[in-house]
Design a protein around this ligand. Structure first.
Ligand code: 8IG
Length: 270
């Protein structure tokens, strides 16, 4: 029998943070990371794993339905002494559990003490000249999901959502990194070529199915946000040949170690 959740989002986040502290033995975390497609190797390159907490033991989390998104919260001690919380169980809007479930990990991280939220994802490239397997630093986003994680008349300011201060650190570590606007669509289907043309026209540089809603929730919770995409494919209609899934997977796999090293270096400077 399933029972409806009666706690408010902030009560549920508080309960999750308490469970994370108890099960990890780490009272307070400083930096949270959500690792999307292609970014999984980063967890092992950020620092020393202190504890792995199964997501199903933490209130409000559910085991991810997507292969490659393990349902674990990992507490990592980074060399500078700070504690990172890797949220390895992203819930996507297309899973149908609603926007509260999508941003619960972010709210739990904020309640656990995190002041910085690092959001990563795999995305389709929209900019001509983009290369699959390369990262893109997110400068801003277009939220095309038609929903907001903010509830009630809380008019959250999103100017400088992807903090320039944090982006400068990434540029320092990775000079010349591509930078652009991430567009979040609900998915789970990919775009039509006409939709890709539309996204380009309105100023998008990458397209995916995550991140923007989480970034908004992070800002609402008072966190600084850093966003990084791995361009795993060029979006529909941009590359001349049809999308080859094997090639996409291989591009991600080859990029993973490099991206992990980049993220490890960045996290050490946050
Ligand atoms: I990886 O081309 C990845 N995720 N919407 N479009 C959308 N999501 C994606 C894509 C893409 N590639």
């Amino acid at each position: 029998m399933s029972t409806a959740e009666t706690r408010t989002p902030s009560e549920l986040a508080r309960a999750a943070a308490d469970a994370i502290a108890e099960l990890s033995g780490v009272e307070r975390h400083d930096i949270a990371l959500t690792l999307g497609s292609g970014w999984g190797k980063a967890a092992g390159l950020i620092g020393e794993t202190v504890a792995e907490v199964p997501a199903d033991r933490v209130p409000g989390f559910r085991q991810s339905a997507v292969v490659g998104h393990p349902g674990t919260l990992t507490s990592i001690r980074i060399p500078n002494g700070k504690h990172a919380l890797v949220i390895g169980s992203r819930t996507h809007l297309y899973e149908g559990h609603g926007v509260r479930a999508v941003v619960h990990g972010v709210r739990a991280a904020a309640a656990a003490g995190c002041e910085t939220m690092v959001l990563t994802n795999g995305a389709g490239g929209l900019k001509p000249g983009m290369v699959a397997g390369e990262p893109m630093l997110i400068s801003d986003h277009l939220n095309l999901t038609a929903v907001s994680p903010v509830e009630g008349a809380n008019f959250v300011d999103l100017t400088d959502l992807y903090a320039e201060r944090l982006r400068a650190i990434v540029r320092e570590v990775s000079p010349g990194i591509e930078e652009g606007v991430y567009t979040q669509l609900p998915g789970p289907h990919y775009e039509t070529p006409a939709e890709i043309g539309y996204l380009q026209t309105i100023g998008g540089h990458a397209v995916g199915m995550s991140t923007a809603l989480e970034a908004i929730a992070a800002r609402e919770a008072g966190m600084a946000v850093l966003g990084l995409s791995l361009i795993t494919n060029l979006a529909a209609g941009i590359q001349e040949t049809p999308l080859n899934h094997a090639e996409v997977i291989e591009a991600g796999r080859q990029a993973e170690a490099r991206l992990g090293a980049l993220l490890g270096e960045v996290v050490g400077r946050l």
